[in-house]
Structures are given as structure tokens and as C-alpha cells.
Write a new protein. Structure first.
Length: 201
């Protein structure tokens, strides 16, 4: 059984005044279907960007704010594996009462051999990018909620994919219980998000 099932714009110009031209009846212009604006059209990846900002703010946050964020976040809330990994290290330092600044994060990665080799160099570059992103630690609570909100939406896509796969692969007697299990999972995720938003009010 696969992992999915195991988851119980018209441009205007101003050419100035012109002499009228009799060109006959105007023909309607077919602009074609409207194209939606995607985050990549703006030169950013909205999902990755908010994760980087959240981690940056967490690195520079005072202890109380860092504990609050770590209590709310889960590694699975981060879409990018390297972000999950770095968050796990930062959260471990916060929970241990150890300074969680970039130097201490780098020291922990080096101590555990995670700065070695090609992947180690990638981690080092990601940490440097996150460290210098310039996120304000005062906005950490907002970044935290945004990361969790995006993870919440992803969970519904994953649930839909799991249900579609179940319809193709599971025996009939297991289909309803699989859907119920997914429903319980999404209800728990909804309650978590509602509690987080309620605590912020």
C-alpha cells in the first residue's frame, strides 16, 4: 500500500489624438480566456517564502515568543524537507533552554555531522539564507499561523488524493472506514487551526 493510503489580464496605450479612420464596423476582439495570476508570476514561491520568513523570525525571537511558536508548530507544517529539518533543530534547542540563534543551530548541525558532504553544504546555504532574510521576530505569531494555515490546506489536498487512490486500490469493505478516518484527521486539523486563531484574538 502506498504512502497516500497510509495517511489514515487588456493593455491600454495612449498614442495621443489621431485622425478618425473609417474602418467599417468594429470587429469584437477575442482576448481568449483570462489567465489566473500565479505566485510564480510575481517572482516568489508563496509557500516557501512564508516558511523562510517564519524560520528567520524564530531564529531571532526572544525565548517566550520562541516557546510559543514551537508549541504551535509541527515539523510536518513545513512543506520543504530542509525547512522541516532546520525547524526540528531550532525547536530542539528552544525546548532544551539552549540559545537558538544561527550560531547554535550551525553548531548543532556540525555536531551531528549534518554539515558534511553535498547535503551538508545545502543545509549551510539554506541556514545562511534564512538567517539573513530580515524577518521581524515581532511578527513571528503571524508567520506561525500562516505556515499552519498553508499546511491545513495541503492536508485537504492530500486527503482528496488518498481518497481517490483508495477508490482505485482498496477493497470495497475498507472504503467507508478509510473515508471516516480521513474525516477524523481533517476535523482534528480544523480544531487545531480554530484553537490557534482563537488564542490569537
Amino acid at each position: 500500500m502506498t504512502a497516500a493510503l497510509e495517511l489514515v489580464h487588456t493593455q491600454a496605450t495612449d498614442a495621443g489624438p489621431a485622425e478618425p479612420i473609417d474602418a467599417g464596423p468594429a470587429e469584437p476582439i477575442d482576448a481568449g480566456p483570462a489567465e489566473p495570476i500565479d505566485a510564480t508570476d510575481l517572482g516568489i514561491d508563496a509557500h516557501t517564502d512564508i516558511e523562510v520568513l517564519c524560520l528567520c523570525a524564530l531564529l531571532w525571537a526572544p525565548t517566550d515568543a520562541a516557546h510559543r511558536a514551537v508549541a504551535a508548530l509541527d515539523p510536518a507544517d513545513f512543506q520543504q524537507p530542509v525547512h522541516r529539518e532546520l525547524y526540528t533543530v531550532i525547536a530542539g534547542l528552544v525546548r532544551s533552554g539552549v540559545p537558538h540563534d544561527p550560531t547554535m543551530v550551525a553548531a548543532d548541525l556540525e555536531r551531528t555531522g549534518k554539515f558534511a558532504g553535498h547535503h551538508g553544504r545545502q543545509r549551510s546555504r539554506h541556514l545562511a539564507n534564512i538567517t539573513t532574510r530580515g524577518a521581524d521576530h515581532i511578527a513571528l505569531d503571524h508567520y506561525t499561523r500562516a505556515v499552519i494555515s498553508q499546511a491545513y490546506r495541503r492536508s485537504f489536498r492530500a486527503a482528496a488524493e488518498s481518497l481517490a487512490q483508495a477508490a482505485e486500490q482498496l477493497p470495497e469493505y475498507q472504503l467507508f472506514e478509510h473515508m471516516v478516518a480521513l474525516g477524523r484527521q481533517q476535523r482534528t486539523a480544523t480544531q487545531r487551526l480554530d484553537n490557534l486563531r482563537g488564542a490569537a484574538q
